[in-house]
Design a binder for this molecule. Sequence first.
Ligand code: NDP
Length: 278
Amino acid sequence: MGVAILSGVIASLQSRAFEQSFPKWESHTPGTTTPAIDTGDPSLPSRFIATVTRSESARKLQATLDALGGLGSSVDIVVGDNLRAVSEADVVLLCCKPQQAYSILSQDGMSDALTSKLLISILAGVTISQLTSLVLPTTKVVRAMPNTPCRIREGMTVVSSLPQSDDIELDRDIILKIFSSIGRCRFLDEKHFDACTALSGSGPAFACIFLEAMADGGVMMGLPRAEALELAAQSKGYMLILERHGTDGMEALQGAARMALQAGAHPAQIKDSVTSKS
Ligand SMILES: NC(=O)C1=CN([C@@H]2O[C@H](COP(=O)(O)OP(=O)(O)OC[C@H]3O[C@@H](n4cnc5c(N)ncnc54)[C@H](OP(=O)(O)O)[C@@H]3O)[C@@H](O)[C@H]2O)C=CC1
């Protein structure tokens, strides 16, 4: 999920830089230079650092980021040195497995490295009070719950209310820039997070069961499997019915359908990527 968020932010920044360099009315051939980030806006990142523990993950991540072009290749991938990465960052996105939060945040020197910084956790089920107990009171802790369609920038992310600070407006802008670049973003009180995890975080997996059943019905009626899946995913009627019951539900279904169409992923694969492995 961390890779999906990083890729989405980079893709969004690159398209912004491209539009600034080449206004729509101008006739041109796309250039090959690295797009420059508009550093005049303090809510936009000027540098990215990604951390992993295994060299194999670093290699895979490098390939994913290289495929994004200039800005993707410029990401600093750090293997096994979270402290260095956090010390050099202003905003930290915590995207490990929930059970790894304690060892990462309680590492020697980590609470000092996080002082006065914005710490955004996407960990399912780990509360703000659990996270704040591991950091100094000056660290601004926020929870976010994205979903798998973030991978194709069709996601839904719910973010908890921001802690009071002098930088609250800037922090809000930073968060909106991150999560709006991978879909929709909405602020909600933390008390709603379990419901959000079930509805939009896990929603794409439930939507895939429905999608697969529709495709199976098509196959039973004689359609080839690939076409049955395409027809089911592109069918908009059920999305409109769901829209009446709330945007988050519709987003999850729409995102799952688009992943099946755009990314060519089978519903079973999408379900699998939603289900966290230990
Ligand atoms: N899947 C989903 O739909 C959603 C998931 N989430 C949350 O996202 C989080 C991640 O889930 P998911 O993306 O599926 O998990 P993954 O296992 O795919 O990704 C975890 C990443 O964290 C890295 N990592 C693990 N330990 C460390 C460490 N100590 N220091 C630095 N990097 C580390 C891993 O790299 P390496 O293996 O090299 O260490 C890997 O790149 C979970 O907390 C989950 O609750 C939230 C919303 C939706």
